[in-house]
Design a protein around this ligand. Structure first.
Ligand code: GLN
Length: 578
């Protein structure tokens, strides 16, 4: 009976909405048709952040999405960014966190990396949306006259475009549940069109097909020695002012949130206390799914979306055990220290994938890692020495980078690790630095450099090459996304990748090894163990007589997942442990 009423209520919205047809001059409704879309087939979980950004919305959303995936549902995430950039490619990683690169070459926010790691699958451009993309599409449609004489407005046209994107994803992936994460904080002008589109979805899709989850922040006041919930209350209130009633509230906090505070949030938000949960700091982000499961949030979401009958208990149990076995290795007493060259400020986010990949490999090898950041400009300015910086590290990573800052200091570190048999992993720029150091100090090409730093160097070991500009869209543009790498039989890298002749990794670079110098480098003992299949583009290097000295022109960290850590990271950590 109740169900019947709900259906009727829903229909009365306007039958036109059910058809999702494009309507213009006669009606105010504007909902472009998405071919193949079936209302109610795909369910939606919307995740918002209140109070402040940087609460780990992506981690929370990924954890919940993983729990749903574990139950046998086909889950797709989408991150909706408020900014006007078309992608994250031009964003400064020290301000916004790293630029994550998908296999299809899309440059995205670092949260897409979180989803790939938790869900253990590749995502594509369909999983990432910015206001810039939405507005571009709307303006293109306007120029083509697709709005049939209407004045083009945020409501209904921009909101329609947002809803259309979500429905296209639903149809394209045949998804059971779409997790929609709204970037920024509730109340930002930047994401207000997303909030409005989501509010409209309530009556277009039906409340039963949508679940709203709000993340909020509980302040641990040092002065008062207690947890304060006022900011959280105001944040949730803002969400409700926009016409969105949360179904679940997760309270971020350093320590477990007290019952009293949870009750307060419940009273002020109309959310039953059992759905107001503490999401406090845990030792590893991969422990979060268990935290949410213990709080029965996954069960609630399943029930709310009416999916109880479709849960596969067997799949769920199996997935739970696999994850648990992986986490068991977190309990270890062994610790190693990895030195990473990088700027101090905001380093964690700027090198997020590198840190995650190291952690995956560490977990796999049942060891804990400590990171020592090495500021190579300090070495250049003689404020410290290479010996001092590297004396306590078990291995060194030179991650990706751009420009001349700290480059000579990095090369000095590289010389040291090469000579002292300290495990080394060079990533993209770190690969290029290794080639330069080898050319200078082993091949005797004193002036060897990269065009990126010194376009007047005598030996342009790393360069943009004219014949390469013509191929694969190189030249002034970056080489982006997944590409095949042909492996050289008998090399260490070939061994590490399970003796495969072809592997696939993700790239983001502009320069590469100048083919004119390949023979001299090889003659002196540098081995290129991976290259592009049809061109002479070098992609992996190694030193056969070194404990572990490997550089990659690609970023192996982008494909590392907790359940399938990247082999190069795994072997690097293994070498550091020896
Ligand atoms: N700056 C170098 C290049 O453009 C390396 C890029 C990187 O490390 N991602 O080729």
């Amino acid at each position: 009976m109740q169900q019947l009423q709900e259906q009727d209520q829903h229909k009365s919205g306007k039958e036109l909405l059910d058809q999702f047809a494009s309507v213009s001059d006669e009606h105010e409704f504007y909902t472009p048709k998405v071919v193949g879309y079936q209302k109610g087939k795909t369910k939606y979980v919307f995740v918002f952040g209140t109070v402040m950004s940087g609460l780990g919305k992506g981690i929370f959303s990924s954890s919940l999405a993983k729990l749903m995936q574990d139950k046998g549902f086909y889950v797709e995430p989408i991150k909706m960014e408020g900014y006007l950039n078309l992608d994250s490619g031009t964003l400064n990683p020290f301000r916004h966190g790293e630029v994550f690169v998908l296999d299809d070459g899309t440059e995205t926010d670092m949260d897409l990396g979180t989803y790939e790691r938790f869900l253990n699958k590749n995502l594509s451009k369909d999983n990432f949306l910015t206001s810039g993309q939405i507005f571009t599409t709307v303006l293109e449609k306007e120029r083509k006259g697709e709005y049939l004489g209407r004045d083009v407005q945020i409501i209904p046209h921009v909101t329609a475009e947002i809803k259309r994107k979500l429905r296209i994803l639903a149809v394209k992936k045949n998804a059971d549940i779409i997790f929609v994460e709204v970037g920024g904080t509730v109340g930002d002008l930047e994401n207000s069109h997303y909030m409005e589109a989501i509010r409209e979805m309530i009556y277009e899709e039906g409340k039963k097909n949508i679940c709203f989850v709000a993340l909020t922040y509980i302040i641990n006041s040092g002065i008062l020695g207690e947890q304060k919930s006022k900011a959280a209350q105001l944040g949730i209130k803002k969400l409700m002012e926009l016409g969105i009633q949360p179904d679940v509230i997760a309270c971020r906090s350093e320590n477990p949130v007290t019952e009293k505070v949870l009750e307060k949030i419940s009273i002020y938000s109309n959310v039953p206390i059992e759905r107001v949960v503490s999401m406090h700091d845990v030792k590893s982000i991969y422990l979060l799914p268990a935290l949410l499961r213990d709080a029965k949030i996954d069960e609630y979401v399943v029930k709310h979306l009416g999916l109880e009958n479709r849960v596969s208990r067997e799949t769920m149990q199996k997935n739970k055990e696999v994850w648990k076995a992986m986490l068991a290795k977190l309990n270890t007493t062994k610790t190693i220290t990895i030195g990473i060259t990088g700027k101090y400020t905001m380093i964690r986010d700027a090198y997020a994938s590198v840190i995650h990949a190291l952690q995956h490999a560490a977990m796999y090898n049942a060891v804990e890692i400590k990171i020592k950041w090495i500021e190579t400009t300090a070495i250049e300015e003689s404020k410290t020495t290479v010996e001092k910086e590297l004396e306590s590290v078990d291995g060194v990573v030179v991650p990706g980078g751009f420009g001349k800052r700290g480059v000579e200091g990095k090369i000095a570190c590289l010389k040291y690790v090469r000579k002292h048999n300290i495990p080394y992993l060079g990533l993209c720029y770190g690969f290029q630095m290794a080639v330069i150091e080898f050319a200078r100090n082993v091949c005797g090409l004193k002036d060897a450099h990269t065009t990126e730093v010194n376009p007047h160097a005598e030996h342009m070991i790393i360069d943009i090459l004219p014949e390469q500009k013509k191929i694969e869209g190189l030249g002034g543009n970056m080489r982006l996304g997944g590409c095949d790498v042909q492996m050289k039989e008998g090399t260490k890298a070939w061994e590490f990748y399970g003796r495969k002749t072809m592997i696939r990794e993700r790239f983001r670079h502009r320069y590469e090894v100048n083919p004119e110098y390949i023979s001299v480098l090889e003659k002196h003992g540098l081995v290129f163990s991976g290259k592009a299949p049809n061109y002479s583009i070098m992609q992996i290097l190694e030193l056969p007589n070194h404990k572990f000295f490997i550089g990659t022109q690609f970023h192996p960290e982008f494909t590392s997942r907790p359940l399938s850590p990247n082999p190069l990271y795994v072997e690097f950590i293994k070498a550091c442990l020896e």
